[in-house]
Design a protein around this ligand. Structure first.
Ligand SMILES: Nc1ncnc2c1ncn2[C@@H]1O[C@H](COP(=O)(O)OP(=O)(O)OP(=O)(O)O)[C@@H](O)[C@H]1O
Length: 614
């Protein structure tokens, strides 16, 4: 119940913050409109009673009442459409930007890599439109409730027996909301199918997948998979729809029969002189209003249910973002989904990042399992990386190299053990400040579809307009010539999405990604995770020579460390320290010469590659 109250609180707060004027004006308009039909019917009753002998007074009042309702209806139809859509747009835009703000401000990447969390986030984005319509949904329900209260009050004034109809009207509301709940549950259950259909459909349209799909003749298979998944989804939804329709029809039939019975009873009373003709007119004219209002209230309740679910997800994201904000420097405990436990306070609070390394980085008995799993991907890793060294991580696929790189950039904190930066636990250093001291290049780099200047400049936004710095980074990334050949040089739009843009090859994109990594001068840690996989051997060799030079400068000036992940031993051998990993453990550490001399795992792997080149 407390959770529900918090969700409703968030709902109201969001509407009032995002569209205060529209929300308030809409409430007033809808309440006035809700009163129109019953009040107008009351005007008719006054006229009928006046004509039936009650005199001119009721007739005059009845006419005034009816004219007033027409005036309010006219004013309402002129402005409420605008209020509804403008208010809904404002709320939707506000919520969408808040979702983006919340997700981008989470320092870690768990929410992107953990399927159950990513699933919830995608559900939330899908329901952003529903959040936008929140004001309309809520206010329509309020308006319908006002109608019901007025109508039932009038009917009870005629005879108390009509109050019983209220109970049956709520039976209708309950049936409609049950119908909606079943439908929502089904749609939620079907959501993974929906997402799969969407991702398969995107795959079929994706230009980068076009060649492979054709070579492997995957088109028909993809199509039949999409059809079968859609079939499963629609069958589930149809079942829920039929079940809901049966319950709603039953409730409506009971209500209408009861109302009919009440009207017949009133006719009998009128025959005995216990009810006026105006009372009879009132009851007959109010019949469709009660029926309509009961159905509308049912729809309103079910839409409120949908909106509450959406706002429940929105609230969950807010809680998740706050418990994963790493306040106090600590990452949250690996929580169960939905149980977003607050981050434990850390003694000493957040530390700032050092400006230079004196002793280096030490991994002390470090183990790590990805959140939501209990497989130790890194297992009791202990390693000392002295300041000013370059270290290469090697090992078979899945050995844990990229995971270690993620931990060094504090995308995650270790499950146990620690990373010490000059003796200070990395988990106590502000992640944003720490990342300002890093730079990185990855194999699966991002192809930002920006201008070439920005593609490189995002590596250090402060130096976006520093031509000299950009040029130096391009030289180091072996990308200067490539940019000079672009139609508008650094200001050329890259990618395929704009008519004036230039598309690059995979290797050319990677050179720009490397230039980006080299833009930040003298980082304390330069992380290179297979950053040259798409380069030709000549470019790769030239690049590593420059990169070795850059690491020497960084080493001398700041004690900076370079961490390189690579499967190519010709580059690995240049590193001061080579770390061989196997199934999450460090199995050998040493220089190239020492490890070849030791005739262990490294020597074996090196020999296999060297033989292939002979
Ligand atoms: N987000 C994730 N969630 C759960 N498990 C993961 C995740 N990312 C990687 N793993 C698992 O962690 C293990 C180590 O993966 P990692 O990417 O660190 O290996 P790697 O040594 O870099 O491999 P490669 O040489 O293929 O790049 C693998 O078994 C992988 O399945």
């Amino acid at each position: 119940m407390r959770e529900q109250v918090r969700t409703v609180g968030l709902w109201l707060m969001t509407g009032l913050r995002a569209a205060p004027f529209h929300s308030t004006a809409l409430v007033v308009m809808l309440c006035l409109q809700a009163a129109i039909a019953p009040v107008r019917t009351y005007g008719v009753k006054l006229i009928v009673d006046g004509v039936g002998g009650a005199g001119e007074g009721p007739i005059r009042l009845g006419v005034v009442v009816i004219l007033a309702t027409f005036a309010v209806a006219f004013a309402g139809t002129s402005v409420d459409g605008y209020l509804e859509s403008a208010g809904a747009d404002r709320v939707e835009r506000w919520v969408l930007s808040d979702i983006l703000r919340l997700t981008t401000h989470i320092p870690g990447i768990e929410q992107h890599e953990r399927p159950d969390v990513a699933d919830r986030l995608s559900q939330l984005r899908d329901s952003a439109r529903e959040l936008g319509w929140f004001a309309l949904v809520l206010f329509q329900l309020i308006s319908t409730c006002v109608t019901i209260v007025l109508v039932v009050a009038m009917l009870s004034g005629v005879h108390p027996i009509f109050a019983v109809l209220l109970v049956l009207a709520f039976g209708q509301v309950w049936a409609t909301s049950l119908d909606s709940k079943w439908m929502q549950d089904t749609m939620e259950r079907m959501q993974p199918y929906g997402r799969l259909v969407r991702s398969l459909s995107e795959l079929a349209r994706e230009p980068r997948a076009a060649t492979e799909l054709r070579v492997f003749g995957l088109g028909p298979t993809l199509l039949s998979r999409i059809r079968s998944l859609s079939g499963t989804m629609y069958a589930g939804e149809r079942r829920a729809m039929v079940r809901g329709l049966a319950v709603v029809t039953l409730a409506k039939t009971i209500f209408r029969l009861a109302y009919l019975g009440a009207v017949v009873y009133l006719i009998v009373l009128a025959g005995r002189g216990s009810a006026s003709p105006g009372d009879l007119a009132l009851v007959v004219l109010l019949a469709p209003q009660v029926d309509g209002a009961a159905s509308e209230a049912g729809d309103g309740v079910s839409r409120v249910g949908v909106a509450l679910r959406s706002f429940g997800r929105y609230r969950w994201l807010r809680d998740y973002a706050s418990s994963h904000s790493w306040k106090g420097g600590a990452t949250p405990a690996h929580d169960r989904l939905g149980d977003a436990t607050p981050a434990p306070e850390r003694v000493g609070g957040v530390g700032s990042a050092p400006v230079r390394l004196v002793s280096g980085i030490e991994l002390r008995d470090l183990s790590f399992a990805y959140p939501g799993t209990d497989v130790a991907v890194l297992d009791s890793v202990s390693l000392v990386i002295p300041a000013g060294t370059s270290v290469a991580l090697v090992g078979e696929n899945g050995a844990g190299k990229s995971t270690l790189v993620k931990l060094l950039s504090r995308m995650y904190d270790p499950t146990s053990g620690s990373i010490l930066v000059d003796g200070v636990p990395l988990s106590t250093i502000d992640p944003v400040a720490w990342r300002e001291r890093l730079s990185a290049g990855y194999q699966d780099f991002v192809k930002y579809e920006f201008s070439a200047r920005l593609v490189v400049g995002v590596g250090d936004l402060a130096r976006l307009d520093d031509e000299e710095a950009l040029r130096a980074a391009l030289v180091r990334g072996e990308a200067l010539e490539l940019v000079e050949e672009l139609p508008r040089g650094l200001d050329t739009q890259l990618g395929t999405r704009f008519s004036e843009s230039s598309e690059l090859s995979g290797g050319q994109w990677q050179r720009l990604a490397l230039a980006r990594a080299f833009l930040r001068e003298l980082p304390l840690v330069l992380l290179l995770d297979e950053p040259t996989a798409a380069l030709d051997p000549e470019a790769e060799h030239a690049l590593y020579e420059r990169f070795a030079e850059a690491s020497r400068v960084a080493a001398a000036e700041t004690g900076g460390i370079t961490v390189l992940v690579s499967h190519r031993f010709s580059t690995v051998r240049m590193a001061d320290l080579i770390v061989v990993m196997d199934q999450g453990r460090v199995v050998e550490v040493g220089s190239h010469q020492a490890l070849v001399g030791a005739r262990g795992r490294y020597a074996e792997l090196f020999e296999v590659q060297a033989r292939a080149y002979r």
